[in-house]
Design a protein around this ligand. Structure first.
Ligand code: FE
Length: 333
């Protein structure tokens, strides 16, 4: 009891000193985040003000706001955009023993300007009547034996750009471009729609292999009746790179360069990486926790173990421009 009182007194005192709000610019587009913000407010007494928009719009907005930007924290849903924000100097290094200790090097900036807070794997959903080998490599998706079968969204989508950046990191630009050409040749239709639409297309036999992020499968499985059926009709396979593991992307957050509530911003990111918040990301949004000892959703666990690739988020960001170019050269619409 005494310990509890002391802790909340410290939290209250520190939030009074640091000011009582944190302004978050977020490109995460998931309802569960609102619940997380409420949890943070209740725990700390720090009010969370959120502006939600696409990452590029938020980055532009921060650039035009300059030193006057009210943003204390920027959250993105992918490697390339967090890297872009960093390149533009929109973050500042922070000191957090908790984040430094608990977030693996692969998933944070070396100068502590941003930290990943959740992971998602880019996998394939394959219709159950289609025979696939037990082990699938991303490289195989370019094999002509899958002609007319692959469903995937546009190359303007950053999840595909980061996957391509990983292909480049493993195989070099030339082989990666050949790979993308092979995938394009195997497409069931010109890319359109969302990740979820690819799985729906597979269930409707437009194609048989959908490339998609894991959490969208979780959302389909807990969505409307027809989407539940989509999931019942597919097997989830975790492809690997021939010399690596399954491609993972992240949601990541950093304290902005001109943060007026820096300490609150740090506390907010520490909260997102806390066991409590990590479990909610995992349970309610079917993402993979970034810290070691948080639980994952039983549904996600039922698809099998994630043997994640070791290309760093930083590297995915560095290779984004090359990836966009190579996808274009390959004719991936
Ligand atoms: Fe998404």
């Amino acid at each position: 009891m005494f310990k509890k009182l002391t802790l909340s007194a410290i939290v209250l005192a520190s939030s009074l000193i640091a000011g009582s709000e944190v302004n978050v610019y977020s490109s995460r587009h998931y309802d569960t985040d609102k619940e997380l913000y409420k949890m943070f407010e209740k725990k700390t007494g720090i009010k969370v003000n959120v502006i939600q928009a696409k990452a590029d719009a938020l980055i532009k907005r921060m650039e035009s706001e300059g030193t006057k930007s009210p943003a204390d924290v920027l959250i993105t849903v992918d490697a390339a955009r967090i890297f872009k924000a960093q390149q533009k100097g929109l973050f500042q290094p922070i000191k957090s023993d908790y984040l430094e200790k608990n977030i693996p090097a692969q998933f944070k900036d070396k100068d502590n300007r941003w930290f990943a807070v959740t992971k998602r794997a880019r996998v394939i959903a394959v219709r159950k009547d289609v025979k696939m080998p037990k082990e699938v490599f991303y490289e195989d998706l370019a094999d002509p034996k899958y002609k007319g079968q692959i469903m995937v969204r546009s190359s303007s989508n950053v999840y595909n750009q980061s996957l391509m950046a990983a292909v480049i990191a493993h195989n070099g630009v030339e082989k990666a471009t050949q790979w993308a050409k092979g995938v394009v040749a195997n497409m069931a239709r010109n890319p359109k729609g969302s990740d979820r639409d690819q799985a729906r297309g597979v269930a409707n036999k437009i194609g048989s292999i959908a490339i998609m992020n894991t959490y969208y499968i979780g959302k389909l499985a807990n969505g409307k009746a027809s989407d539940k059926d989509v999931v019942k009709n597919v097997n989830i396979i975790f492809p690997k790179f021939k010399d690596g593991g399954t491609h993972v992307n992240v949601s990541a957050a950093g304290v902005t360069k001109h943060a007026k509530n820096k300490e609150n911003g740090i506390k907010f990111i520490e909260f997102l990486a806390s066991k409590e918040a990590q479990s909610l990301f995992a349970k309610a949004n079917y993402e993979y926790p970034i810290i070691k000892d948080a639980e994952i959703s039983p549904l996600v666990a039922s698809w099998g173990a994630l043997n994640q690739d070791n290309v760093s988020i930083n590297k995915l960001g560095e290779e984004n421009a090359a990836a966009v170019k190579a996808l274009d050269v390959a004719g991936w619409k």
